[in-house]
Write a protein that binds this ligand. Structure first.
Ligand SMILES: Cc1cc2nc3c(=O)[nH]c(=O)nc-3n(C[C@H](O)[C@H](O)[C@H](O)COP(=O)(O)O)c2cc1C
Length: 207
């Protein structure tokens, strides 16, 4: 007989939404959380789904925004310029929750990008110093960084030209599909956000 006590949000849609909020907000600040490195899916230029792991930098829950950082020269930028529909996936094993978010990915504004650049460390900024675009063919195995900076921390002056390669991506989500795994019975719910009214409407779904 299953006697485990259900978690507090088990049969409650508004508490479930708060649990989703908790997982995403924690993911943005806790590098050990599963939601710190979600999978971000877009459509490539042939219309095929493509995915990559990205670090979650910020979750603005009231605006239903997630912020990511990337290289402006990377393939995903051309992809979202052609079609900015995107999906973000988190599986938080300790929380037994799968969260699937659907929405649109857009480049962050200049001020958001400048603020994010200023807040990042020199080591983080070094990623944007590669001489060729990420995804370029390489004749030999290499990091793409100039040799003189391999294994070293660049100074502010050395990072000046890297700034133009740095971009922020803002993922604005308006649909959530949530699945919670439990021996006593799984739970699944969907939430839709009418962005004009800033309100989530939830309903239960058979897992
Ligand atoms: C743990 C981890 C974290 C990553 N974080 C980022 C990130 O924050 N931003 C990013 O653009 N790529 C990140 N990547 C690399 C991407 O997964 C991907 O390889 C790269 O962005 C190129 O993707 P694209 O060709 O689809 O543009 C990360 C990879 C791993 C394994």
């Amino acid at each position: 007989m299953m006697t485990a006590k259900p978690v507090h949000f088990y049969n409650d849609l508004s508490l479930t939404l708060k649990e989703i909020q908790r997982i995403l907000q924690d993911g943005a600040i806790n590098r050990h959380a599963a939601a710190h490195h979600p999978i971000v899916a877009t459509l490539d230029q042939d219309g095929c789904p493509t995915q990559r792991v990205m670090i979650l930098r910020e979750c603005n829950w009231p605006l239903a925004h997630l912020r990511f950082h990337t290289d402006l020269r990377s393939n995903k930028i051309a992809e979202i310029n052609a079609n900015n529909s995107a999906s973000v996936l988190v599986y938080d094993e300790p929380a037994k929750s799968q969260i699937r978010l659907s929405g649109k990915l857009n480049l962050g504004t200049q001020s958001v990008t400048e603020e994010a650049w200023t807040a990042s460390t020199e080591f983080a900024r070094r990623c944007y110093m590669t001489e060729c675009a990420p995804g370029s063919d390489a004749a030999a195995p290499k990091s793409g960084l100039p040799e003189w900076i391999e294994g070293k921390k660049p100074n502010t002056e050395q990072l000046i030209s890297a700034r133009q390669n740095f971009a922020t991506l803002i993922f604005e989500f308006d649909r959530i599909d949530w699945l919670y795994l439990a021996n006593i019975g799984h739970r699944r719910a969907k939430f839709m956000n009418d962005l004009k009214h800033d309100s989530w409407k939830g309903s239960w779904v058979i897992p």
